[in-house]
Design a protein around this ligand. Structure first.
Ligand SMILES: *[C@@H]1O[C@H](CO)[C@@H](O)[C@H](O)[C@H]1NC(C)=O
Ligand SMILES: *[C@@H]1O[C@H](CO)[C@@H](O)[C@H](O)[C@H]1NC(C)=O
Length: 291
């Protein structure tokens, strides 16, 4: 346990941005408000040693998605999810995570392909829990679409986390415009959302949770520079971009009205690292992963 705390503290230090500070925006998630899980029944709290540290999203009774950077610590036997509760530390149903599969192209330095599939030890049956409809494969999000982000992440950059789920709406930012903020750190497996003037964003602890458009899952909270900073939109892992891989991982009979995927033999991800290597200099870790 103490090793874990040391590890997490070390990761927090590595992933923070030591040289930049922004004034507190005074908002929630950042800039959002309290939410009722009944309105976002797909939201999960991802628990490590029974503590919320990331978000996740229900895609089928026994399957969830989260960000790979939330689970690349390899501490799988200590993972669980809390479903069907607006509160991050009580209520709803807690289910152990039975298996974790990170995307085989996930890059720990760049957060490229920041996707992981969680197989749960039992089905989620909580009253206020439900799977989110998935997007069609390879259907890109469009600039200006209004997206809904939920989570229990910090209310300000390096601030405190709320007990009650937060929600915020942010518009999708076009790729070219987002490239002006992040250059080549922005890859094909990512999209951006946020306000030019800042003030609304996901933040640390929201990672792995959903960003939804028209009630469908569009992405997973991944990273950004600071939180809610002008011209530094939040960056999300683009779920439609890897839908085929996701459907290959999960038992598709559980997913509902998705077109049946072509089953292909994918190379399995074999590495389940014991600990996290130091990020390379000049890598994404100079920015803030929304861990
Ligand atoms: C976990 O998932 C991997 C890859 O999807 C699979 O090869 C493995 O058999 C699974 N392990 C268990 C215990 O289900
Ligand atoms: C991760 O991305 C960096 C930067 O593009 C690259 O140099 C490195 O080889 C990649 N690592 C893996 C394991 O693909």
């Amino acid at each position: 346990m103490s090793n874990i705390l040391i590890l997490l503290t070390a990761l927090g230090t590595v992933w923070g941005w030591p040289s930049l500070r922004v004034p507190d925006s005074g908002g929630r998630i950042v800039g959002g408000h309290d939410a009722d899980i009944k309105d976002y029944p797909y939201q999960l709290a991802l628990l490590l040693y029974n503590q919320h540290y990331c978000g996740a999203v229900i895609v089928a009774p026994k399957w969830a998605l989260t960000a790979a950077h939330c689970v690349d610590h390899g501490l799988y036997s200590t993972l669980a999810v809390r479903a069907g509760s607006s509160s991050k530390s009580s209520g709803g149903q807690v289910v152990r995570v039975a298996n974790v599969t990170m995307h085989p192209l996930y890059n720990i330095s760049t957060a490229n392909y920041d996707f992981a599939v969680l197989e749960l030890a039992e089905s989620i049956t909580a009253e206020d829990a439900a799977a989110i409809p998935l997007p069609e494969a390879n259907t890109p999000v469009e600039e200006g679409q209004v997206a809904v982000v939920t989570g229990w992440g910090t209310l300000t950059y390096q601030g405190t986390t709320p007990e009650i789920l937060q929600v915020v709406e942010v518009p999708v930012v076009g790729t070219e415009s987002c490239r002006r903020s992040y250059g080549s750190l922005l890859t094909e497996s990512m999209f951006c959302a946020g306000l030019e003037e800042g003030g609304k964003d996901a933040c640390q602890g929201d990672s792995g949770g959903p960003i939804a458009i028209d009630g469908h899952l569009a992405g997973l909270v991944s990273w950004g520079s600071i939180c809610a900073y002008p011209n530094r939109p939040g960056v999300y892992a683009d779920v439609a971009y890897v839908m085929e891989w996701i459907l290959e991982q999960i038992d598709e009979t559980q997913v509902g009205p998705q077109p049946a995927p072509e089953l292909a033999l994918e190379p399995e991800l074999d590495s389940k690292p014991e600990s996290k290597p130091e990020p390379e200099p000049g890598s994404i870790s100079n920015f803030k992963l929304h861990f």
